[in-house]
Design a protein around this ligand. Sequence first.
Ligand SMILES: *Cc1c(COP(=O)(O)O)cnc(C)c1O
Length: 403
Amino acid sequence: MSQEWDAGRLDSDLDGVAFDTLAVRAGQHRSPEGEHGEPLFFTSSYVFRSAADAAARFAGDVPGNVYSRYTNPTVRAFEERIAALEGAEQAVATSSGMSAILASVMALCSAGDHILVSRSVFGATVTLFEKYFKRFGIQVDYVPLTDLAAWERAFKPNTKLLFVESPSNPLAELADIAALAELAHVKAAWLVVDNCFCTPVLQKPLALGADIVIHSATKFIDGQGRCLGGVVAGRAEQMKEVVGFLRTAGPTMSPFNAWVFLKGLETLRLRMQAHCASAQALAQWLEQQPGVSRVYYAGLPSHPQHELAKRQQTGFGAVVSFEVAGGKEAAWRFIDATRLISITANLGDSKTTITHPGTTTHGRLSPEDRAAAGISDSLIRLAIGLEDVVDLQADLARGLAAL
Ligand SMILES: *Cc1c(COP(=O)(O)O)cnc(C)c1O
């Protein structure tokens, strides 16, 4: 990248600058208008200087935009900023988190390939693998996230990808990403990590050895519940295939959404720090309450992977889950007694949310599968937002009083 990005400044001026500077500055290439903010290019296509220029751009001999399914300057700014934050050679934006997963598998796998998936991934991810990829001849097996020996045993000669979400939702279990990456590479497979819950602020999977990182930008990257989007980041070699699939099939990101996400990235670290601080305080407080039988949060010393979390992440995230005494009825009474917190399954928002995973996000699993996943009827999941922590604690106290 030698493109001029600001009057008198080059991309290389960002070499070696800190995360916070990249989050605000990376990917911005100013036009001759001299705009200070990132411009929003609402255009589907681009004009060429001449017939010869059109031919050269279509052939790829001359860099430049051709059509917004291929490239759009606002979307590219978002892609370059994410690549800088994840430490990736290249990133490509998608219309949603799900289309980021779709594009990665479509680009990197073929019929007859085998994929290992961690058992507790996002619900729609399981449906995508089970109902659709299997229909096209891709074999899929599920492995407990934390059991390295089980991953090793599950390999087949045709295993192409390992797909993990860490920390898991809603129980905050962790994969040892460095160990899984090493295992994958010994077996000539690639490790894909859905980094949605941590964001590059708390965890950098590529630096830990993963090959591809995926995000639902809909969650913390936006941070205020406005837009759907996703991103895939990794090495140029694999990204070439992912970009090729997206340009052809079309689930690319709208420039408006890219513009919103660019603004989201500028405050991402500050927001993640605030989410983590409140989540830690509330997890500690919940652990002391008589009505609460267990709290799942990697920031607690009682969490079985607390040490791994300290090593692998720079913070423990916004999601806190806990069990109350008294089963589903008690959990529902707790949820219904809150007044401030939103009853919704969404997360990664400035507004704190509360949900009963057993009857919402994990409601479609059979009771046996739910039990195997460790989702009990008395489990409640919180995704801590940016409200004052004292008010959040008071709202949770209303829930406790209703038990
Ligand atoms: C929400 C989510 C997705 C899907 O993202 P969408 O933007 O809703 O398509 C994938 N993975 C995780 C971990 C999620 O939380």
